[in-house]
Write a protein that binds this ligand. Structure first.
Ligand code: SAH
Length: 356
């Protein structure tokens, strides 16, 4: 008999399953505490459950935990993990220990279908969606491997994949992460970064548990964006910004707009002014990300002077702006550098790899 993956289930889904088996639903609380608070994924070790119940649980459920297949530590302290999933596929995720608070950067898909021209993950194409248990499982695996010092952590859904292209599993993962019997993460500690899938943003706007929203905008002109983010150009910048205007924000919260700066493509003074104009009236902050170059990516990182000038124009136009520090570039852990070796590669990538 095949068993159900318990790690994919929210607490209320576990409760219903237990009820169906004739087990008291409150046992779901104990399961959540074992799995998420104590990091135990083996029913046999759940000592406050009777032997009978442990046996029954093992007959109906299993709990998979991603296995660390590779671990790299950057000279700046960032740690990148290659995790093996139950079916042998791999995802990468990153631990950033010291950005004010500590942060896990987590993947939502194996590969990605969005095709952003400057992103290495895009060269893999979409291999498959992750299940909720695999998204949360990255946190479980990393939390067991790093020293959190008992301190709180943040999660950014900014690893491989487009979270809103895997909506249901991503939101189930958010519900599991925020459950107060598990990690009890306040939703404000989770940031969901999207290329801007408008119908999914509208759906997200009605969710009871609302992560922070980050939009990968990357351009102020429609034609530039269509070139850089071809799959998302189905929705215009205007439509995306309108959806952001309608997005319910709590007092003091803002929408983050990520903007990868590419030399000579989207980094002109005129584009900065246009961006400021477009963001007028929006509770926005812009996060400039100077391109993290990679073999096979046909763009260049602008000079620091250009990055600063772009930022200065935005702030002169009263737009809140920060420049994202590249973390872990030496181990290819920085934004847009996550890709699984041996996956599907673009011809450009293969050519670049062949250069000795
Ligand atoms: N699919 C989601 C989340 C993953 S990427 C999204 O598009 O938002 C997280 C951020 O890294 C995005 O803003 C993405 O555009 C950016 N990024 C991708 N490739 C990059 C690169 N080579 N250099 C810098 N940032 C990059």
């Amino acid at each position: 008999m095949s068993t159900v993956e318990l790690a994919d289930l929210t607490r209320s889904e576990i409760e219903s399953a237990l009820r169906g088996m004739g087990v008291e639903p409150y046992r779901a609380v104990q399961l959540f505490q074992w799995i998420y608070q104590r990091g135990i994924a083996d029913f046999g070790l759940m000592t406050d459950l009777s032997q009978d119940l442990r046996r029954t649980l093992a007959e109906h459920f299993h709990i998979s935990t991603p296995v660390i297949a590779r671990h790299d530590v950057s000279e700046d302290g960032t740690e990148k993990f290659l995790l093996a999933l139950a079916d042998g596929r791999h995802v990468e995720c990153v631990f950033i220990p010291d950005t004010g608070s500590q942060t896990f950067c987590v993947s939502t898909q194996v590969g990605c279908a969005m095709g952003c021209r400057f992103c290495l993950t895009a060269t893999m194409g979409l291999v498959r969606n992750l299940r909720a248990g695999e998204i949360v499982g990255q946190v479980r695996a990393l939390a067991a491997a790093v020293d959190l010092g008992g301190r709180a952590f943040n999660i950014v859904l900014m690893g491989m994949g487009e979270p809103l292209h895997n909506y249901d599993q991503t939101l189930a993962a958010v519900r599991i992460l925020c459950d107060r019997k598990g990690y009890g993460l306040p939703p404000g500690r989770i940031t969901l970064s999207t290329v801007g899938l408008v119908p999914a943003i509208e759906r997200l706007a009605a969710e009871p548990l609302m992560p922070n929203l980050a939009i990968s905008l990357h351009a102020a002109s429609e034609d530039v964006r269509a070139r850089l983010v071809p799959s998302a150009s189905k929705y215009s910048i205007t439509e995306i910004l309108d959806a952001c205007r309608r997005f319910p924000l709590k007092h003091r919260d803002r929408v983050t707009f990520e903007y990868v700066l590419l030399a000579g493509i989207n980094d002109s003074d005129a584009e900065a002014r246009k961006l400021a104009k477009r963001l007028r009236g929006l509770r926005a902050k812009v996060n400039l990300i100077p391109l993290n170059p990679a073999a096979g990516i046909a763009f260049e990182r602008p000079s620091d002077a250009r990055v600063n000038q772009f930022g200065r124009i935005l702030s002169e136009c009263h737009v809140a702006v920060t420049v994202r520090k590249s973390r872990g570039r030496d181990i290819r852990a920085a934004c847009g550098q996550l890709a699984i070796e041996g996956g599907r590669r673009s011809p450009a990538q293969r050519l670049a790899d062949a250069i000795p």
